[in-house]
Design a protein around this ligand. Structure first.
Ligand code: GLU
Length: 313
């Protein structure tokens, strides 16, 4: 009699249940661009029968506006979004980011860096993929005598990180060429978004990230960091972002207006149209309670345009 473990479908581990999230930064009220990310991530989660979690990304304290987080939550609730579990707030989780950094320090994956912005600029004429400067590796082998650590950087390999984005397709990036060793703890004592987002996506058990395409270029950094911390990598889908007539992403910096809650289904329908879905008039003019079941049934990520920026006109 064979004692071998059974093979075939019955022995295959089932994939983890879908857990998505929306992670706004409270640097101002919810504007149409963030509403699009909320709608896309919510519908994708609910269409998969999955959970949808919320996280307030206020790790960057200088950019946080008092009262904005509560206002965002009130707006989401007013539009009828229903989230699962507790809302995670990054500013209350600094101990966890510290623990992750210590883990990387013990593994010698990170190093202290003494360079100021001006010193980096003096060394490196190369522009990084996100408009900054590629770090030239000055402090990689240790601080020069008399220099004090300002920040902590993660070593990156001269290697292509690739992933298959559910909307944008195959994405490849050589981290050394695109950004260089990047910062996890800033000179001003703030943990970097890249570290916080990776720790929190893992802590919330996120299996599917759906967010704006402005973060596409950050994803290889996050995948590399997940590998360094032995965390699993979720799937990624990057939605087009809303731009103004000048082609700039809607944000507080470009003075994007807060979404108008009283517009109800009409503004949710506009977000869904932006994501490539035709919405019938009776749904966009109808009550919120009719919008959501219709939208969840209609959602198909294949309809979302694989473009970076779209001006809704
Ligand atoms: N907090 C980021 C933002 O509001 C989103 C980060 C993410 O989804 O990974 O743009």
């Amino acid at each position: 009699m064979s004692t071998a473990t059974p093979t075939g479908d019955s022995a295959r581990p089932s994939p983890p249940p879908y857990r998505g999230r929306f992670a706004p930064s409270p640097s101002g009220p919810l504007h149409f661009g963030s509403l699009v990310a909320a709608v896309g991530s919510y519908l994708d989660a609910r269409a998969h029968g999955g959970q949808w979690l919320l996280r307030i990304e206020d790790v960057d304290q200088p950019r946080t506006v008092a009262g904005a987080a509560d206002e965002i939550l009130r707006t989401l609730e007013g539009f009828g979004f229903a989230w699962d579990g507790e809302v995670l707030v990054q500013s209350r989780r600094l101990d966890l980011y510290h623990a992750a950094l210590v883990r990387l320090q013990l593994a010698d994956e990170v190093y202290p860096c003494a360079c100021s912005r001006a010193e980096i600029a003096a060394h490196s004429p190369r522009r990084s993929i996100d408009g900054g400067l590629v770090y030239p590796g000055t402090c990689r082998e240790g601080l020069a005598g008399g220099r004090a650590a300002r920040a902590w950087r993660l070593r990156v390999p001269d290697q292509v990180i690739a992933f298959d984005d559910r909307i944008q397709g195959d994405v490849q990036q050589n981290l050394e060429a695109a950004v260089g060793d990047f910062i996890l703890l800033r000179a001003d004592g703030q943990y970097a978004y890249q570290l916080a987002v990776v720790v929190d996506d893992a802590a919330q058990g996120i299996t599917a990230v759906v967010r704006g395409v402005d973060l596409l270029d950050s994803t290889p950094r996050q995948i590399w960091l997940q590998q360094g911390l032995a965390l699993s990598t979720p799937t990624y889908a990057h939605l087009p972002v809303v731009t103004n007539d000048a082609g700039e992403k809607l944000s507080k910096q470009t003075h994007a207006a807060a979404v108008d809650l009283s517009a109800g289904s009409a503004v949710l329908a506009a977000a869904l149209r932006f994501l490539g879905h035709a919405v019938p008039q009776e749904i966009s003019a109808g009550p919120l309670r009719d919008f959501w079941p219709w939208a969840i049934a209609a959602w198909s990520i294949a309809r979302v345009p694989a473009r970076r920026g779209v001006c809704p006109g």
